[in-house]
Design a binder for this molecule. Structure first.
Ligand code: GTP
Ligand code: MG
Length: 213
């Protein structure tokens, strides 16, 4: 199966993002969790999104055109200690401005390393998405690194942590870029969600964001 997937551009501000004329899906999570690897696995293109074994590889909002029908958006990771405080603040402002203002954003996939116990930064991030009413789906990554029992325990521990804040939990998908696991589920969700995309017809439509900036 071949999917058309190509790099479009990198943006650091909302104004630099492409026209909001089609649905888009953002991939976010702590540094090194596997965001870029997951995108490559989903579209079957090794090396499309740049990956690295050292955290902090992705530093901009990266747009990928998929089948000329929608965008996948690779975001920089959060919670990376080696990045300066100033740089982290700058990324956080960039990411939140993008997440809260981008009209065509259908859903945020928030990636969680299944080997790591529930992290405050992840829970906080999901809570912030919830408060901003931005739809999100949790994807556990690197499941090839755990045995079944440990994996189940890890997922349930994460659910438990999130349950302290939410009655209704987001959808959760287990994935492995290595073993190409979770691909069908994610692609099916995107396909279904694409059908719900409503293209704005007024003038603000031609802007990239909710605010006509
Ligand atoms: P930043 O852009 O730095 O925030 O990282 P990222 O979240 O985009 O992670 P990236 O895709 O660059 O992957 C980080 C490391 O994890 C790389 O060494 C990948 O090979 C590895 N990795 C990613 N996904 C998987 C997976 O499913 N299984 C295994 N075993 N390794 C993975
Ligand atoms: Mg990356």
């Amino acid at each position: 199966m071949s999917i058309k997937a190509e790099f479009v551009k990198s943006a650091v501000t909302l104004e630099q993002c492409p026209l909001a004329d089609r649905p888009e899906y953002a991939f976010i999570g702590r540094s090194n969790v596997g965001k870029s690897s997951l995108i490559n696995m989903l579209v079957n293109h090794k090396g499309l999104a740049k990956t690295s074994s050292s955290p902090g590889k992705t530093q901009t909002i990266n747009y990928f055109n998929i089948e000329d029908a929608y965008y996948m958006v690779d975001l920089p990771g959060y919670g990376y200690a080696k990045v300066s405080q100033a740089q982290r603040k700058q990324w956080s402002a960039m990411i939140w401005n993008y997440l809260s203002e981008r009209t065509s954003l259908m859903c945020v996939f928030i990636l969680i390393d299944c080997r790591v116990p529930p992290q405050k930064s992840d829970i906080d991030f999901i809570n912030q998405l919830g408060e901003a009413e931005i739809p999100c789906i949790v994807i556990f990554t690197k499941s090839d690194k755990l045995g079944k029992t440990t994996l189940v325990a890890s997922v349930s521990s994460f659910k438990k942590s999130l349950s302290l804040y939410w009655d209704e939990l987001p959808l959760m998908i287990i994935s492995s870029a290595e073993k190409k696991l979770g691909r069908e589920d994610v692609m099916q969700l995107i396909e279904t969600s694409n059908k719900n995309f409503v293209k704005d017809v007024d003038a603000s439509n031609l802007s990239n964001s909710k605010k006509n900036i």
